[in-house]
Design a protein around this ligand. Structure first.
Ligand code: ZN
Length: 227
């Protein structure tokens, strides 16, 4: 009975994740057509935010990645912006560029959740593939030790996603504060765009994390009910 409940939650949350991702794309598309009154490109805006925070040595590169592939690489200390953001003057481009600059500022300030998140990355990337495979093989062969090992590996993924939430929320909060403080966005319409894009992005992280939490609970329940 509890199994059906968890499974239904997973399906519901997967649908929510899909909707949330569609929401980000639609908010980004909408506000990528609204030109910001600052007249800056995404790349210039990220640079300006870093300078205002007194941070040097972060490279800002134009990547060949697709839409919303923008990210900050803490190892190389590089902000990689997609072509839609790097050279664009839109409100959406500024929001994304500021969010990524927010991550670079977190790194410079040794923001604790980011430090913890980066420590968990190797374990989580190993666990995301191997964890689920071991759980399924362990259950098929009725080798519970193997399944529990898989569960432990998969819990590293869940832990990564949980510490990633404050990292993402904080980067967005920094972006929002800086955008308004430094006058990069003006007026209610541009501010609304900022909120829409950031809130939609936040929902995708929450939904994806909730999916993983419920997968973990679901498999834990199956494994421990077989003992
Ligand atoms: Zn982020």
């Amino acid at each position: 009975m509890a199994g059906i409940f968890f499974f239904a939650c997973i399906i519901g949350l997967l649908i929510l994740t899909g909707l949330a991702q569609a929401g980000v794309k639609s908010a980004f598309n909408k506000y990528s057509k609204v030109r910001s009154s600052s007249g800056m490109t995404g790349a210039q805006a990220a640079e300006a935010m870093l300078q205002a925070a007194g941070i040097n040595g972060v490279r800002i590169e134009r990547s060949q990645g697709g839409m919303l592939s923008d990210h900050y690489d803490p190892t190389a200390n590089v902000i990689r912006l997609s072509p839609e953001v790097y050279g664009s003057h839109s409100v959406a481009a500024l929001v994304v560029a500021f969010h990524e600059a927010g991550h670079a500022i977190q790194k410079a300030n040794r923001y604790a959740p980011l430090v913890i998140r980066n420590l968990v990355v190797p374990m989580a990337s190993f666990g995301s593939g191997a964890g689920m495979v071991l759980i399924i093989i362990g259950l098929m062969l009725n080798t519970l030790g193997l399944a529990i090992l898989g569960l432990l590996l998969f819990s590293a993924v869940v832990f990564f996603q949980l510490v990633n939430l404050p990292v993402e929320f904080d980067a967005s909060a920094r972006a929002k504060r800086a955008l308004i403080q430094h006058g990069f966005v003006h007026g209610a319409d541009e501010e609304k765009g900022v909120n829409k894009v950031l809130n939609a992005a936040a929902l995708t992280y929450v939904a994806a994390t909730a999916v993983s939490v419920f997968y973990l609970l679901y498999y834990a329940m199956i494994i421990f009910s077989r003992r």
